[in-house]
Design a protein around this ligand. Sequence first.
Ligand code: MN
Ligand code: MN
Length: 330
Amino acid sequence: MPGPRRFPAPQSGLVVPRFGGVATFMRLPLFDDPAELDIALVGVPWDGGTTNRPGARHGPRQMRDMSTLMRRVHHVSGIAPYTLARIGDLGDAPVNPASIDDSLARIEAFFARLHRAGTVPLAAGGDHLVTLPILRAIARRRKLGVVHFDAHSDTWDTYFGGHKYTHGTPFRRAIEEGLIDPRRLVQIGIRGSLYSRNDMTWAHDQGIRVITIEEYFALGVERVIAEARRVVGDGPTYVSFDVDGLDPVFAPGTGTPEIGGYSSHEAQRMIRGLRGLDLVGGDVVEVSPPFDTSGGTALTGVTLMWELMCQLAERVAARRRPARRKPRRR
Ligand code: MN
Ligand code: MN
């Protein structure tokens, strides 16, 4: 490997105030080449899979803006992600606002390039359908486990008679396509009214571990974390966070809010509880700025990205360590 790695640093808030400058994710430099990064922060400004209130296409821009509030060191774990991994803003994945199929293809191609470079993706949606092309790009040769935070299972089959690609279907499609091992998929916070009594039958038949919000509150955060860790085990695991898993008191700026969810602090604790798992990427989706007049939901979304980024950075550093170790002398 040529020379020591250069770790990009975010613009210091003590040099340029955090409300100044051009907004990038976490105030990091902008990159074009994923090979320069261990972890790429990527926007996916697309909401063509939305079935109700739209607007998540505007998520990445507002999340970049609110992300300028983030600093450099995690206040609980002490993780300093920018000293552990090369992290940068890789810009937005290309999308076509006039075509679902073309958008899915463009998003997949973008993340495939990133994956070929050995870079770990951390994406900001966009609606939840964007998770499908990301998984197509990074799970082709290995089925992934997934920790999925959401009010909805997103395992519906079709919409309006035959349409297979909406933000209510990505996890069903991903299982059908062999991208996810359903027995290593845990869904946390599921609730909300159904179209029919059978809506969850398919998910249960696949062996998905569905933790409804009722079970979540009965178990408590620590036991939910333990259960999520048991389900995904030590295999490669993706984390997908739909902000509507949170109570709409904490995240009102989203397309399909459902009352009675977890708090933002509980969500932070759950992500911290994933420490040490073999995390290979993640996303935070469904922030919809037109319904987020205070910017509070975007702030919540990027803070969860920050939490996840700290875990990913530690994981990247841990993976690098054995390769650097010199052969032991006799
Ligand atoms: Mn969702
Ligand atoms: Mn949802």
